[in-house]
Write a protein that binds this ligand. Structure first.
Ligand SMILES: NC(=O)c1ccc[n+]([C@@H]2O[C@H](COP(=O)([O-])OP(=O)(O)OC[C@H]3O[C@@H](n4cnc5c(N)ncnc54)[C@H](O)[C@@H]3O)[C@@H](O)[C@H]2O)c1
Length: 363
């Protein structure tokens, strides 16, 4: 049976936009009809390379090209306006992470999706990493009892040339924040996905190693979950060279499972690739202690056969389009995206007010 093709478009023909355009141009379930960028030559270049018509204005693109779904790959404070425009027109939206830079923007986007019935989803492609899915499956199967303690550790690096590569990077007004807003949303999403609803967060942030930028390069936080579980977050861009990023979950039966989502510095779209495979780095499940080396062999072997930098984006974009075709909710919801924004907002507010921040966090 031939798959239905969703009429798709891309907003934001920049670095990660290239990965989205490649997916939208090649997936069986997508017909790329338009690409849009504030810079005309970027849109023209993408149209030539990937297909579709080029636009500089989102409203005009939606009216003329009539996409059913768009991927939004603009800088963080510029996610909400094109998303609301599209959702108001009944167009389904997949936004790059984080959903937005502020809770007020998240609420506008979620309200627009509710009002029109269109789907709102957010990229969190690390959920499709096999070792991440294995951790989630182990938790669901209660192999660690109840998840009772989680540890996120990100020891990453970005140098001055990264911040100089685009004028929006490194500033509160145009990036919305630092490591919490740009690099850590993936692991914040995994933490919430693994552990469940959050009760409160206390946190602190600093810029320890990047004197030329305004935003934080380091943050730490204590998370209390509604279940009574605890979590800790240390997210930093201050280790040169970048070391690793992991998410570990310890359970009520004493067992532990974990994943190293990134080795070294995490990849920079359009600049570097995922150089080493994501791997389980902890698997103390009773009766499964010998499985870690097999998991790692399987995952290393797969890594040598795929382009991991685009592969997991393609899987999530495909899942989003299938959800539209089959009229069910996508794996990652707009509310999931809002939770991540609430998590970093809570850390900023906790430092500002000198107290823990209760959930739900209001805009
Ligand atoms: N999921 C991931 O692994 C991943 C990786 C890299 C970037 N990202 C996210 O992708 C987004 C973009 O990052 P990037 O590195 O590609 O940035 P970029 O600066 O390379 O690209 C952004 C593009 O958006 C365009 N743009 C800005 N406002 C626009 C508007 N109103 N209409 C149309 N086009 C507009 C710019 O001209 C630019 O071409 C950010 O949210 C970032 O956090 C995600």
């Amino acid at each position: 049976m031939k798959t239905r093709q969703v009429r798709t478009a891309l907003i934001g023909c920049g670095k990660v936009g290239r990965i989205h355009a490649g997916a939208l141009a090649t997936l069986n379930c997508s017909k790329l009809v338009a690409v849009c960028d504030g810079h005309h030559e970027r849109a023209e270049g993408f149209a030539k390379e990937f297909g579709g018509d080029a636009f500089v204005d989102v409203a005009e693109m939606i009216e003329t090209a009539e996409p059913e779904a768009v991927c939004i790959c603009t800088p963080h404070p510029l996610h909400a306006d094109p998303a609301v425009l599209a959702l108001n027109a009944g167009v389904h939206v997949l936004v790059e992470k984080p959903l937005a830079a502020t809770l007020a923007d998240c609420d506008r986007m979620i309200a627009a999706a509710k009002a029109s019935g269109a789907t709102l989803s957010v990229v969190s492609q690390r959920r499709w990493f096999e070792p991440v899915a294995r951790v989630k499956a182990a938790i669901l199967a209660e192999k660690i009892g109840k998840p009772s303690l989680a540890v996120v550790g990100m020891f990453n690096w970005r140098d001055a040339s990264y911040y100089e590569s685009d004028p929006w990077r490194g500033r509160w007004a145009t990036e919305g924040g630092g490591v919490l807003v740009n690099q850590a949303p993936h692991q914040l999403d995994l933490l919430h996905w693994f552990m469940g609803e959050i009760e409160e967060i206390s946190g602190a942030w600093s810029n320890i190693n990047h004197p030329t930028v305004e935003v934080e390069d380091t943050a730490v936080a204590i998370v209390r979950f509604k279940s009574g579980a605890l979590g800790s977050i240390v997210a930093s861009l201050g280790q040169k060279p970048g070391l690793f990023t992991h998410v570990h979950v310890h359970g009520s039966n004493g067992a532990s499972v974990g994943v190293e989502t990134d080795r070294g510095a995490s990849f920079i779209a359009g600049v570097s690739s995922i150089a080493e495979p994501p791997l389980n780095d902890l698997w103390n499940v009773p009766g499964e202690e010998d499985r870690l080396s097999t998991f790692r062999d399987v995952d290393r072997n797969r890594f040598s056969r795929i382009d991991a930098t685009s592969h997991y984006h393609v899987l999530q974009i495909e899942e989003f389009l299938h959800a539209i075709i089959l009229r069910h909710a996508p794996a990652v919801s707009g509310e999931d995206g809002r939770t991540v924004v609430a998590m970093f907002t809570a850390i900023y507010r906790s430092q500002r007010d000198g107290m823990p921040v209760k959930f739900p966090v209001i805009a």
